[in-house]
Structures are given as structure tokens and as C-alpha cells.
Design a protein. Structure first.
Length: 405
């Protein structure tokens, strides 16, 4: 009994030391020893349209990008000579990038007095995120993106500003958001979702300790101004989520179209301001919206010449009909043999009969029915045969043509 106590006591002490060290890291080092956030390297952007140029001297001045979204401000007395500045729109390659990127010149020049870069954002930019997560990042010579602290954020004017002392390529981005933030699914379909960009803190002592205890991974999006806490705890008001405590999830739409038919998927966050003055943490959720539609389609196409075909297929696994603009041709009748195709037939008032097979292609972008078949008719004692292919487009219905929600 004494020997057992002698063995267990050091083990308890070691565990206690690990816990204290981990808590110390969590409470102090992880919040106070943060450098800038650097996103993964990418290729450089390519020009998108014309650049704008303006000469600015000691009096200062401003220059806006061609789309009016980015504005450069040179304060008075920041320069001792007149310099030509330019802004060239480029493709935005940064992880989490929003819209266009911008190439600022004179590239590589360093300024003694910081210049200001302000960005105007809209509701689309904060879909799946919040304004505090927006930022500008510059690309270094190795292709890495360095996110900059936001100096001012005006949510009423929907504008934020960063300062810089040098020029290069810049990207407007979100440091964290749900991806995708919007989607349309048919009933029963699935969608992979995640927080992006997401840099998991696998190397921290705290994360390793949490994993040892069966904990979950968190995203690293902390910067010099805010300490973010995004602990995976996904929730959907409609539909289901597999493994809601993971960073990557699979959302499954319900088997029946709901009313209303828009699901909200959320993940909570806690945003704590960094600094000497205490501010209560701001808590909220990132939200994504998913529209749920039936497996029903509007059918449309052309059977050659002026014969237009149209109709509604409420369920491709059940019989449906497609009418034609030709008054001599009765509606084309489809009889599915599987979820991927079936047979079709038609008849004319003149006694012509036709039919064949239709293959359904359901992949979201090329959704269609490819009809192939033959026809047969007799006129003046002569029997004639024909054949060919007809392509019908399937467009998912978003209304209530088939009834239901």
C-alpha cells in the first residue's frame, strides 16, 4: 500500500503541473504573444482592367480604385516630393479573398509616414461572417499574405481602414467565415461545409492537451486586435449535421421541402478585444443560409423546327407529360424505369406514332433529358419511318408548381 502511494503521488503532481502550464499558456501566452496573421502563399494576381494614376505631393491627396471600393489616402506632409501613385485591379488569389485584389505602386517604396487604405464593403461581403473579420492583406515576395490590423471600423458607413508604409499587391479578405455561406439543395441532398480560412492550433501546448483529453480542434484567427474563440458547435434549424463538433461537417437537407424552405446553419464565436482596457467579450454566430427545393423541374426544349416542348416533372421517378406547340402532336408521355431514365412515346392526329428512350442527367449544371427514338406513320398507303435525338433542359423549380411548401 505504501509503495502504491509512493508511485501515484508523483504522477498526480506531474498531471497537475501539465494542467497549470497549459492553463497558463491559454490565459497568457496565447493572448499576449500574437504576431501578425499570415495566410498561405499563392501565385500573383493578373490585371483586370485599366489602372488609375495620380500624382500626389506634400499637400497630400486621395486616389480611388476604378471600382471605387479601395481608396488610398496620403496625409499632408507625408511626402517631400511629388510621386505618381497608381492602383491596378488584379485577380484576388488570397485564401478568403473577396472580389478583386489591387496592385499599388510605386511598389517596393517605403514611406516614413503611414498611408491609409480604406475599403468599402457591402452585405454580400459579410455573408457568413461579421465586419470585425474583414481585413486587407499584402503579398510578400514569397507569395504569402500578411493580414493587417484594422485601424478603424465604421459599420454604419460600411468602411474600414488600415495603415501601411509600403506598397505591393493587396487583397480584400475575410479572416474567417462559413463556406459556403449560401447554397441551394434538393431534398435529401448533402453539402460539405467548413470555417475558412482555418489554421488549426495543432502545435500549441493547450491544443495538444485538449486532444489528450478528447477535446476538439479550434481555428486560429487571432490577431493583434482581437482574440477569437471559434469552438466547433454547429447547429441547423432545418436538416441535420453529422459530427457538429468538427471543423468540417456535412449538412443533409430534410427529406421533404419545409415551409419556409430556407435553413440556417450556424457556428458560434466569441470575440474578445485585446488591450489594457477590459471590454466584455462579444458573442454571436456565423450564419449560412441554404434553400431547400423539391426534386421537381421545369422541362423545356425544341423538337426541331418550330415545335417547342414544355412541361413540369414533379418527380422524375414518376410518369409525367410534356406538351408541344404543334397542335397535331399530343403530349409526350414519359414513363421512368429508374431515377436515371425511362421510355417516352407520342402520337399525332394523323396516325404517326413515335417513342424511344430518355436518359436523365442530374448534376446541377448539365441537368437534362437526352431523348432518342423513332417514329412511324402511314399516309396514302405508304409507311414512313423517322428518328433522331431531342435535348430537353431540366430547370429546378423554386415555386409551388407541384404543390407542397
Amino acid at each position: 500500500m505504501i509503495r502504491k502511494r509512493y508511485i501515484l503521488t508523483p504522477l498526480v503532481v506531474i498531471i497537475a503541473i501539465i494542467i497549470v502550464c497549459a492553463l497558463g499558456y491559454k490565459l497568457f501566452l496565447s493572448k499576449n504573444n500574437i504576431s501578425e496573421v499570415v495566410f498561405a502563399a499563392t501565385e500573383i494576381g493578373t490585371p483586370q482592367g485599366d489602372k488609375v494614376t495620380k500624382e500626389i505631393g506634400s499637400a497630400g491627396g486621395t486616389l480611388a480604385s476604378p471600382d471605387g471600393r479601395l481608396t488610398l489616402t496620403v496625409p499632408p506632409n507625408a511626402l517631400t516630393e511629388t510621386i505618381p501613385f497608381s492602383i491596378q485591379p488584379i485577380t484576388n488569389k488570397a485564401d478568403g479573398g473577396l472580389g478583386l485584389g489591387y496592385r499599388l505602386e510605386p511598389s517596393g517604396r517605403t514611406f516614413t509616414v503611414p498611408l491609409e487604405l480604406s475599403v468599402r464593403y457591402d452585405e454580400k461581403d459579410i455573408a457568413g461572417t461579421i465586419p470585425e473579420a474583414l481585413s486587407l492583406a499584402y503579398q510578400d515576395q514569397q507569395g504569402n499574405w500578411h493580414s493587417q490590423d484594422v485601424a478603424t471600423l465604421d459599420q454604419n458607413a460600411k468602411r474600414f481602414t488600415v495603415t501601411t508604409t509600403h506598397f505591393t499587391d493587396w487583397s480584400f479578405l475575410s479572416r474567417s467565415r462559413i463556406s459556403p455561406d449560401t447554397a441551394t439543395l434538393r431534398v435529401g441532398e448533402t453539402l460539405r461545409m467548413q470555417i475558412t480560412p482555418c489554421y488549426v492550433r495543432d502545435n500549441s501546448l493547450w491544443t495538444r492537451f485538449l486532444k489528450l483529453l478528447g477535446g476538439v480542434a479550434r481555428c486560429e484567427v487571432t490577431d493583434k486586435k482581437y482574440y477569437w474563440d471559434i469552438l466547433p458547435n454547429w447547429f441547423a434549424d432545418i436538416g441535420t449535421i453529422d459530427n457538429p463538433r468538427e471543423l468540417h461537417i456535412v449538412y443533409t437537407a430534410p427529406p421533404k421541402k419545409p415551409t419556409p424552405n430556407v435553413a440556417t446553419v450556424t457556428i458560434p464565436y466569441e470575440l474578445e478585444a485585446r488591450g489594457e482596457v477590459y471590454e466584455p467579450p462579444h458573442r454571436g454566430v456565423f450564419s449560412a443560409h441554404i434553400t431547400i427545393i423539391d426534386r421537381s423541374y421545369r422541362v423545356s426544349g425544341n423538337a426541331g423546327g418550330d415545335t417547342v416542348m414544355s412541361g413540369v416533372a414533379c418527380d422524375l421517378e414518376k410518369p409525367f407529360t410534356v406538351t408541344t406547340s404543334n397542335p397535331f402532336i399530343a403530349p409526350v408521355e414519359f414513363t421512368p424505369s429508374s431515377a436515371n431514365g425511362g421510355s417516352w412515346k407520342f402520337a399525332t392526329k394523323g396516325g404517326v406514332l413515335g417513342g424511344g428512350h430518355g436518359d436523365y442527367t442530374i448534376d446541377g449544371e448539365q441537368t437534362s433529358i437526352q431523348m432518342s427514338g423513332t417514329s412511324k406513320g402511314t399516309a396514302a398507303g405508304v409507311t414512313l419511318f423517322g428518328g433522331g435525338n431531342v435535348h430537353l433542359t431540366l430547370t429546378p423549380l423554386t415555386g409551388n408548381e407541384c404543390g407542397g411548401g
